[in-house]
Design a protein around this ligand. Structure first.
Ligand SMILES: [Zn+2]
Ligand SMILES: [Zn+2]
Length: 170
């Protein structure tokens, strides 16, 4: 199914600040007493500070101009709420916001994960990032300068090159 998309609005620092639905969940056409035709479009917006609300855009038929205002969900009438429910846009928005929250949480975890210990880990051979540690000399080594072995009980062992060849010769 090709779902109409929602748009994520990012701040200057690349952090998402808002998710806007591209698809109106309700398009209401109506006319006033003197016969002017209006189109009201209702769209969902999720703001990471203000929460969920509905943006209503009003256009006079045949004109270019439009204006818009925002209301919270409890300010819209029951009929409009029913349109929202039928459109399925609430679920799509919810899913997108959940996805972004999850990414933010993962980023957050990586920011807070042992910032001091991690920064110091660089390969003692070449100086690049060292995700491994030699079990013999405890020096940090990168992927290229690590050798992976196993004990007879299939427990993983990581050596630096020097210690590995030293162990082999013993
Ligand atoms: Zn290295
Ligand atoms: Zn070593």
């Amino acid at each position: 199914m090709n779902m109409p998309s929602v748009r994520v609005v990012h701040g200057k620092d690349g952090i998402p600040i808002m998710v806007r639905d591209e698809e109106p969940f309700f398009v209401d056409r109506w006319s006033d007493e003197i016969g002017n035709e209006y189109i009201n479009e209702y769209r969902l917006v999720f703001d990471f500070r203000q929460g969920l609300f509905v943006e209503i855009t009003q256009k006079l038929e045949g004109s270019i101009g439009w204006f818009s205002w925002e209301v919270t969900l409890d300010q819209i009438d029951e009929d409009t709420l029913m349109r929202l429910k039928e459109s399925g846009r609430l679920e799509i928005m919810h899913e997108k916001v959940r996805e972004i929250m999850q990414q933010l949480t993962e980023n957050l975890d990586s920011l807070f994960f042992d910032p001091i210990g991690d920064r110091r880990r660089s390969c003692y051979v070449c100086g690049s990032d060292a995700p491994h540690e030699c079990i013999r000399c405890n020096k940090d080594v990168c992927d290229q300068h690590a050798i992976f072995a196993e004990t007879e009980y299939e427990e993983p062992l990581t050596y630096c090159h020097e210690c590995f060849w030293g162990a082999v010769e013993e």
